[in-house]
Design a protein around this ligand. Structure first.
Ligand code: AMP
Ligand code: MG
Length: 341
């Protein structure tokens, strides 16, 4: 009996060793999807990794604007269409963001983005008449969504794109799937949009670097557990013509690249989709309006970088943001505090 107990103890000990081994060595992969490079670091099994990859690929096949078999392609082509549960949930949350940001985020901006060539890489500055014509079809209020039926109907001449929120939502979906499968620690990097499940296996926070939007290297790093860190920056996709830089984040009021003084906006929060939509929308708004928005909702943290290099962080980041750029200024980072009412 004593012998059996000893063997059992040894087996359990060995098993614990295997589990520890699996946890300290993540399974990793890199795939290209959603028009970007996606890195998975999962403290789990190969099965968890392939489930995560399939989840992402399936999502892309449903919401791609160019894939002729996608739900969104059909809606854009026919002006109406049925959506799966997953895309319905995505559209519902995205439309809420359009409303909350008063149209700084507008899913119907797609034809304008296409006219600039950001969807194909064939860049061109559209003329004023073309822009005016396209803008007359941009208005998220005209996206009629019957959530119960799962049917979306667009106004005449309108087309939509969920690109501004898709990667954030994908992160949410993959994290939720991994969690359901028992994974407690993972990091997804969707082209610079980072989503963390839990903390690092040793219990410490993930440290996520934020790119310097005005040059090489990193602006700073932020510590997170179980959150998303999502950046929209003018440097991500742009072209230059006659000495002028044009980037992919468009102001829906005039159809021009948003030019309200910010060069990058990073949003840190619990919901990837919200972070993704807000990074785009707050970039469009500019610093002043973005701060008002944060004061009102206060359910996320943010790092704002202005064209002059000024960096501002919301107060919840004070203890978890490290500024990494060398700077002669003794206090290069401004902290935005909540108005106490
Ligand atoms: P992100 O990289 O998340 O900021 O999203 C930018 C992408 O969203 C662009 O490449 C466009 O396809 C699209 N987009 C640009 N401006 C807007 C806007 N104001 N509202 C919604 N989508 C936009
Ligand atoms: Mg976004």
């Amino acid at each position: 009996m004593k012998q059996i107990s000893k063997w059992m103890f040894l087996c359990i000990f060995a098993l614990c060793g295997c589990v520890r081994q699996a946890q300290s060595n993540p399974v990793t992969s890199t795939i290209f999807a959603m028009d970007t490079t996606i890195d998975f670091t999962i403290y789990g099994t190969e099965k968890d990794l392939s489930a995560a990859e399939s989840c992402l690929m399936e999502l892309e096949s449903k919401l791609s604007v160019t894939d002729t078999g996608s739900e969104i392609y059909a809606v854009n082509k026919n002006g109406t269409g049925m959506l799966s549960q997953q895309i319905s949930a995505l559209l519902e949350q995205a439309l809420t963001l359009c409303q909350q940001t008063e149209g700084a985020l507008d899913l119907s901006i797609y034809p304008v983005v296409r006219a600039w060539g950001f969807t194909t890489g064939q860049y061109a500055v559209p003329d004023t008449k073309t822009l005016a014509g396209l803008l007359s079809h941009v208005d998220y209020h005209q996206i009629l969504f019957d959530r119960a039926a799962g049917r979306v109907t667009l106004a005449e001449g309108m087309q939509i794109d969920l690109g501004s929120v898709a990667k954030g939502y994908a992160g949410d979906q993959v994290v939720s799937l991994l969690r359901q499968n028992g994974v407690t620690s993972a990091l997804l990097n969707l082209g610079g949009n980072v989503q963390a499940l839990g903390s690092k296996p040793d219990g410490t926070a993930w440290r996520i670097a934020i790119q310097n939007p005005l040059g090489d290297g990193y602006l700073g790093a932020v510590e997170i557990n179980n959150q998303a860190v999502i950046t929209s920056g003018g440097y991500e996709r742009f072209f230059e013509q006659n000495g002028q830089i044009y980037w992919h984040i468009i102001n829906p009021t005039d159809g021009m690249p948003a030019n309200n003084g910010l060069v990058s906006v990073t949003i840190i929060g619990d919901n990837g989709l919200r972070c993704d939509g807000l990074s785009t929308a707050l970039f469009v708004m500019g610093l002043e309006k973005a701060i008002d928005f944060w004061q009102e909702y206060h359910d996320f943290e943010a790092v704002f970088v202005s064209m002059d290099g000024g960096t501002a962080i919301t107060e919840g980041l004070e203890d978890r943001f490290t500024y990494l750029l060398e700077n002669t200024d003794t206090n290069p980072v401004t902290v935005i505090r909540q108005h106490r009412k």
